[in-house]
Design a protein around this ligand. Structure first.
Ligand SMILES: [Zn+2]
Ligand SMILES: [Zn+2]
Length: 241
């Protein structure tokens, strides 16, 4: 495929999952299928890193991919037929910078720490909402007749801003629940919910991160079922914490 600016044969570059063509002569860049919009700032910088920016000043550019007449846009020239985008290092980086600035304007002073807090608050709110919706429809509650592991769903463990570890999980039916935390033969029980719930949440101190935990579900007759024992540390690392 040839560069529509200077007719030199393009060279292929990869950044993340995106493939780009760069002209070794004038350094024009060509992306296919609107891929340019999926590039992160860092990926774009890898492709545009030489800071040589072609000025796309020809009157007519034909798409090197499908030969359609390309249309001018803020990145250079765009092919309305195949989504190809002809651009330069300068135009590409200016566009990515602009997008980052737009995001920052939308959320001034936004930090990663706040994001974590927001995610936790949102997931807790969602759990309570789901609980409310489903409980309000349920009139009968089934008994615990299988091992708790098969009824416990999506166990999430998250470190909170304050340092404690938040344990969240859901169950297919409503149960009362508690958490058994064992560390070096020392057993601690944490009550999770005294009323039957579908969504369960409890906070345990961070110094119990090396402990093992077991979820205990209690049905309305008081029968208990236990989940498999899980390592708190392993669950934390599985969530990248
Ligand atoms: Zn070229
Ligand atoms: Zn095209």
């Amino acid at each position: 495929m040839r560069c529509p600016h200077c007719d030199t044969i393009f060279e292929a570059y990869h950044a993340g999952s995106v493939r780009a063509n760069r002209c070794p002569q004038c350094h024009a860049l060509l992306f296919k299928n609107n891929d340019v919009h999926f590039l992160s700032y860092d990926e774009a910088a890898q492709i545009a890193d030489d800071n040589i920016s072609v000025i796309l000043n020809k009157r007519l550019y034909l798409c090197p991919n499908c030969s359609s007449v390309m249309e001018k846009n803020e990145l250079g020239y765009h092919c309305p037929h195949c989504g190809g985008q002809l651009t330069s290092s300068g135009l590409l980086m200016a566009d990515k910078k602009k997008r980052i600035e737009e995001l920052q304007e939308e959320r001034p002073g936004f930090t990663f720490g706040q994001l974590r807090g927001t995610v936790i608050v949102a997931s807790v709110a969602m759990l309570f909402f789901v609980n409310y919706i489903i409980l309000s429809r349920l009139s009968t509650r089934s008994t615990v007749n299988t091992e708790a592991s098969s009824i416990v769903e999506s166990v999430h463990v998250q470190r909170q801003n304050g340092g404690d570890i938040l344990v969240l999980f859901t169950t297919q039916d409503s149960y009362r629940s508690k958490l058994l935390v064992e560390e070096q033969k020392q057993q601690t029980y944490f009550t999770i919910s005294d009323t039957p719930q579908l969504a369960h949440m409890v906070s345990i101190p961070y110094n119990l991160r090396e402990a093992r935990m077991t979820i205990i579900l209690i049905d309305q007759e008081g029968a208990e079922a236990r989940s498999d024992t899980m390592s708190v540390q392993e669950l934390l690392s599985a969530e990248g914490q």
